[in-house]
Design a protein around this ligand. Structure first.
Ligand code: PMP
Length: 454
């Protein structure tokens, strides 16, 4: 099913790979064990290699190219800004920066009307934590075990999943709790409502025993992403909001992955009618064309820093090229109905299509998600829910998931595979035909995963 791309140039690809092997130190990788694909180009929902293989991008890279690759309006905006003024320090007022802040603030829920720009998601989380600590004068921050918040110092400590372990500095000031997840319920719940009630009681107990006057913030992904795309049960986030209000705790929603259309709304919080005190974003704000993230700040927390300086910021905070691309991205998403497209594809194509695959493939334990944000959880045994392969802390090859991923790639689909899950995260611009093409390839590749079931 893979479509050949006309720009094949294997010799150029080999040269890129050789230089990469010699000099690039790759993130999250054992340097000697990886063989990265050399990518020649990208457009819309596809990218291609130097051998002419074209891949339907069902990973959106790291779940960031919400507007697809090489959107012409965004590329043009970056070019125009580069010709006009490539860089200027964060302390100046600049048209593209103030316009990007206005466009973000207009879309964030409630009174989150001040925008602090960063270079990405982890730095946004770092600053949200700093703001919460300075605002409350309290030291501790609570976050969920099944979470990912970034790889910098505070963000990796907040991250609840095992990616934290190698970098954990004794979780300075961080306390983890269990958020709801019915399929693998830590509370042994039998229904969504029970899971919600038990998770809220557990969170409140954790706060009470930590000492409410020591807790600055609760940081939660609105819909946890890399940890498994677990849509929270109705009432959970509203319950967390109430708990935060009761104890004077800052509520931080991390929408680095879930924001900007991914769930079929501008922000995932819109599905749940909840307004946090701080909201972190990155990725989809400009589809990662230029590194950008930020924190949307409530009026109350912003006022903390009216008379006293905010002690944070980097050389490139609110970089003009990044802000210009955010302005163009947000405008294009609004003009072209891209968020609505993500909602429609989720409801009409991906949701029904993935559920249908779950019925036919014994390796599929559960399918869950919304918009263009889905997880397919693969199991050895549906009855026991034993994961197809448990997390392997030694980083050894994950044979069944590796075979599944290889089958996808062979047929021209680039998947997002993490632990025992494949995440179905195409761009918000994905067409019905592309979504169906992807489902057909997943169908084929799942027969490989079925071969590993008991
Ligand atoms: N928070 C969440 C929810 C994320 O998904 C990520 C990245 N996957 C981050 C924070 C960190 O973002 P970045 O990699 O841009 O630092």
């Amino acid at each position: 099913m893979s479509t050949q791309h006309p720009t094949a140039d294997p010799a150029a690809g080999a040269a890129v790979k050789a230089a990469d092997r010699a000099h690039v130190f790759h993130s999250w990788s054992a340097q000697g064990l990886i063989d990265p694909l050399a990518v020649a180009g990208a457009e819309g929902s596809y990218f291609w290699d130097y051998d002419g293989n074209r891949y339907l991008d069902f990973s959106c890279q790291l779940v960031n190219t919400n507007i697809g690759h090489q959107h012409p309006k965004v590329v043009a905006a970056i070019q125009e800004q580069a010709a006009r003024m490539c860089t200027i320090a964060p302390g100046f007022a600049v048209d593209v920066r103030s316009e990007a802040a206005r466009l973000v603030a207009e879309r964030t829920p409630g009174d989150l009307d001040k925008i602090f720009f960063t270079n990405g998601g982890a730095e946004a989380v770092e600053n949200a934590v700093r703001m919460a600590r300075l605002h409350t004068g309290r030291p501790k921050v609570l976050s969920a075990y099944r979470s990912y918040h970034g790889a910098t110092a505070a963000a990796i400590n907040l991250t609840g999943d095992p990616r934290r372990w190698p970098s954990d500095t004794a979780s300075a000031g961080v306390v983890h709790f269990w958020a709801p997840f019915l399929y693998r319920s830590p509370f042994h719940s039998g229904s969504e409502q029970q899971e919600c009630e038990r998770a809220l009681a557990h969170l409140e107990n954790t706060i009470v025993f930590e000492g409410p006057a020591t807790v600055a913030a609760i940081v939660l992904e609105t819909v946890p992403g890399t940890a498994g795309i677990m849509v929270p049960p109705p009432g959970y986030l509203a319950g967390v909001r109430e708990i935060c209000d009761r104890y004077g705790i800052v509520f931080v929603l991390d929408e680095v992955m879930a924001g900007f259309g991914r769930t079929g709304r501008w922000f995932a919080a819109d599905h749940f009618g909840v307004t946090p005190d701080l909201l972190t974003f990155a990725k989809g704000v400009n589809s990662g064309y230029v590194p950008l993230g930020g924190v949307a700040i409530s009026a109350e927390i912003a006022a903390t820093f009216d008379e006293r300086p905010y002690p944070g910021g980097l050389t490139y905070s609110g970089h003009p090229l990044a802000c210009a691309s955010a302005v163009a991205t947000i405008n294009a998403m609004a003009e072209e109905g891209i968020v609505e497209n993500a909602a429609r594809i989720g409801e009409q194509v991906l949701g029904p299509g993935l559920r249908e695959l779950a019925e036919r493939h014994p390796s599929v334990g559960e399918v869950r998600g919304m918009g263009v944000f889905w997880a397919v959880e693969l199991v050895k045994d549906r009855a026991t829910r034993e994961p197809l392969v448990p997390y392997n802390a030694a980083g050894e090859a994950n044979a069944p998931m590796g075979a599944f991923a290889a089958a996808c790639k062979k047929s021209g689909l680039w998947p997002f595979v993490n632990m025992n899950r494949t995440h179905v995260v195409p761009p918000c611009t994905v067409t019905e035909e592309e979504a169906k093409e992807g489902l057909a390839i997943l169908d084929e590749a799942l027969t490989v995963a079925d071969g590993f079931t008991v």
